[in-house]
Write a protein that binds this ligand. Structure first.
Ligand SMILES: [Zn+2]
Length: 284
């Protein structure tokens, strides 16, 4: 009998280590499965992130391409317009110090002196802040605008070169608003009689303050003091209507070059008509 007991005990002894081995194996297997599952999750997350990044990249590329296309389209449009102006220009060369040729910086255009030929277009227009102006004044205009802004004042262009056809529309609009050509004539030039057609005139505003309101702005005060240093004059000043033919236009500035502008200022002459001693006033 004792031999039988011993045999039974020796048969029970290995069960514990086997159980431990099995438990450990199960535990390790479980941990391995969890690790595999986590790796699979990470891989899926990574793949999803890659897809998102690829989508964002594609969207950014599309937006950039659209922006580039728009910029190129604007440039092409501007080049085409410029080409049309050049092709349209019947005046091949400029004559210095001439007050009758629209190609010169000193041309005088008023209600007694129209542009000849009336549909004349400058051959050397260039863009400044989105507006066409004559090449000769582009540098000075850019400096003038940036210097005014450096003082803290606000200023922007509202108009510059206007073609003969454009002036027809502008003048007709004036007639429609005022009801008569007489009233329209006091504020808007007839086609062929506008300084804007020379590409040497600009209209400006300060923020939302345009037209008469501009006279009350710091930008206007600055222009009165310094515009001549950049070759600009205030073309239609207060009290000069009988000479210029126009009501005061504090927003309208004309480029004549530094020499003439500074000379006019030194001599306290407020109109080109007085400076060149030529007739002005109304149409008749
Ligand atoms: Zn103007």
């Amino acid at each position: 009998m004792p031999t039988k007991k011993k045999s039974a005990a020796s048969q029970r002894i290995p069960r514990l280590p086997i159980a431990l081995v099995l438990f450990t194996a199960l535990l390790l297997g479980g941990l391995f499965c969890i690790d595999l599952w986590q790796r699979a999750q990470d891989t899926q997350r990574h793949a999803a992130q890659q897809r998102d990044f690829a989508l964002i990249d594609a969207n950014i590329r599309t937006l950039l391409q659209q922006k580039l296309d728009k910029a190129q389209s604007r440039e092409r449009q501007a080049a085409t317009q410029l080409q049309q102006f050049v092709a349209h220009d019947p005046v091949p060369t400029e004559t210095p110090c001439d007050i009758s040729s629209p190609a010169t910086l000193t041309v005088v255009v008023n209600k007694k002196h129209c542009i000849e030929p009336q549909s004349w277009t400058p051959q050397n227009l260039t863009l400044v802040e989105g507006f066409f102006v004559r090449q000769e004044m582009a540098g000075q205009l850019t400096s003038l605008l940036s210097t005014i802004r450096s003082t803290g004042a606000t200023i922007s262009l509202t108009s510059a070169f206007r073609s003969y056809d454009n002036q027809i529309a502008t003048y007709n609009e004036g007639v429609n608003i005022t009801g008569t050509t007489a009233l329209a004539d006091s504020t808007r030039a007839r086609p062929g009689y506008s300084e804007h057609q020379t590409g040497l005139a600009i209209d400006v505003k300060a923020g939302n303050c345009a037209l008469e309101c501009f006279a009350s702005t710091p930008a206007y005060t600055w222009l009165q003091a310094h515009a001549a240093e950049y070759g600009f004059i205030e073309r239609y000043q207060q009290g000069m209507t009988p000479i210029t033919g126009y009501s005061p236009e504090p927003w309208h500035w004309r480029y004549v070059g530094r020499t003439v502008a500074l000379d006019m200022k030194a001599k306290n002459l407020k109109t080109l008509e007085a400076y060149y001693d030529i007739t002005g006033g109304d149409y008749s």
